[in-house]
Every structure is written in C-alpha cells, then in structure tokens.
Design a protein around this ligand. Structure first.
Ligand code: FES
Ligand code: FES
Length: 156
C-alpha cells in the first residue's frame, strides 16, 4: 500500500492503495465516483473511459502510480456541476436520446468529448474511427454518431 495524492475533477484527493491499482477501482471503490463503469477490464470496450490531461484513456489499464500530477476527469466532472449535464456532448446526448440501458454511455461521452476537443469539425469517417473502440451492447451507434455531429456543430 502507498499513499497517492491525485487530482480528480479539479480537487486534490488522497488515496491509500497498492501502486498497481487501476484508476477504475480507485475512482469507484475509494472515491465513490461510480459513473465510470467496468466492462471488460482489458482495454477492449471503452466503458471505463476517463480523461487524463484531456486525453481519453482506459481507466481499467491505468495504474494509479502512473497518474502522477496528471489531471483526471470523470463523467462526474465533465460539467461544472455533476447533476447538470451542461457539456455540449451531454446536451447533444439528451437531444438525441442516445442511451438505451446506459451502461456504456459514460465511456462513450468521455471519449467523444476528448475527441471533439481536438477535432471540432470531424468527418463521418473521423467520428467512426474515434469511437470505434467504444462498444455498445444495445447498438446505439447511429444515435451516438448523430449526437457527436450535433455537439460538433454547437462547439465550432
Ligand atoms: S473496462 Fe476498460 S476498456 Fe473495458
Ligand atoms: S446503451 Fe446499453 S450498452 Fe450501450
């Protein structure tokens, strides 16, 4: 066990865990940030996607010891207030009524938000490539794509 001071959603958080503990479990079990979901545990589904310094990463494969001074953002921190879906991607998700069961959606939104931050005017192909690794058992892919286009039009 070791103590880590990490930055999560703009706040400094102290956790006492083994250094190889994946951030997914630090978030869910230590910090009670359960919006980030466990899917496969082997970086194949995208359900656990969070941001590290603005870049989408798979928290199931990110050891807490690798975070250092990096800024972690989870779905709870995407908008200023966790209870208000103010981010353009969240607004577009609501507009298109994207989720079905919802399980994959936090990961989808975090991946889309990171992607749009650096690709404000994406082509269909770029959207497909960027979202390729985020799986949805319910098959909401068509609505996800439409929502990303709507979000892009509002962000650019
Ligand atoms: S749980 Fe991390 S990619 Fe599937
Ligand atoms: S909405 Fe059910 S897994 Fe994607």
């Amino acid at each position: 066990m070791a103590t880590f001071n990490i930055k999560v959603n703009g706040a400094s958080r102290k956790v006492n865990v083994d250094e190889d503990t994946p951030m997914l479990w630090v978030l869910r079990d230590e910090l009670d940030l359960v919006g980030t979901k466990f899917g496969c545990g082997i970086a194949q589904c995208g359900a656990c996607t969070i941001h590290l310094n603005g870049t989408a990463v798979r928290s199931c494969q990110l050891p807490v010891a690798a975070v250092g001074d990096g800024e972690i953002k989870t779905i709870e921190g995407l908008s200023e207030k966790a209870e208000k879906a103010e981010h353009a991607v969240q607004q577009a998700w609501l507009e298109h009524d994207v989720p079905q069961c919802g399980y994959c959606q936090a990961g989808q939104i975090m991946n889309a938000a990171s992607f749009l931050a650096t690709n404000p005017n994406p082509s269909d192909e770029q959207i497909e490539n960027a979202m390729n690794g985020n799986l949805c058992r319910c098959g909401t892919y068509t609505r996800i794509k439409a929502a990303i286009k709507t979000a892009a039009s509002k962000m650019s």
